[in-house]
Design a protein around this ligand. Sequence first.
Ligand code: ADP
Ligand code: MG
Length: 250
Amino acid sequence: MIRVDNLHRHFGGFRAVDGASLEIATGSITGLVGPNGAGKSTLFNCIAGALPPTSGTVTMDGEDITGLAPHELFHKGLLRTFQIAHEFSSMTCRENLMMVPGAQSGETLWNAWFRRSAIRDQEAELLKKANEVLDFLTISHLKDERAGNLSGGQKKLLELGRTMMVDAKIVFLDEVGAGVNRTLLNTIGDAIRRLNEERGYTFCVIEHDMDFIGKLCDPVIVMAEGKVLSTGTIDEIKADERVIEAYLGT
Ligand code: ADP
Ligand code: MG
């Protein structure tokens, strides 16, 4: 689905991503690991439109998507989860889901504004969808909770829920497990697996917890110093001398 070819992203003279090439197969849950500073987040930002690459190409299903803006990628079904913005922290979980741009089917909200019945229909549809998403993620009990009051892991689930409001094709998750307890990390892992199996989502997941990556991801891509070092199953990459060296070297 995604092909990254010889991607570079430099900051001044520093090569954060230094000629990375990789593929993400349709239907896979691909892991992306590597020591701190390897360039994983920068690579994600380049793929998902948050940062223009210095050079190199990104294609999605054969179409060149290099340097497209996040909202253009969003319409193609390529999403990167973002932390719930400060402005949304006082809104409830359900309201947060209903606010996802593009989640409104059909017409723009602006057009619908002039047609009250259309808006009522849309609201009912959005509400139904938001309830389904909360149910799917097993956080229905949090529907009226303000997003700002959620724990780190619950916020991650809500971020994942936002991708479900628009029927994403591929979702990029950066450090899903950071600051999340084991129980919620398992819930997040289950949600990812079910979205993959039942909804056909493709995932690319950055996470430090190798146990989590090993249970969820195949293949696993290892980055170091801005380049792809190795790709394989969790067992293959763990046995790869270059990978061991890269981790020991930091
Ligand atoms: P990872 O996610 O693998 O830990 P990052 O992609 O965040 O790595 O960072 C890779 C390198 O690029 C790091 O050395 C980081 O300091 C540097 N870097 C990231 N973003 C910027 C930036 N906006 N300006 C300068 N250097 C940056
Ligand atoms: Mg990072």
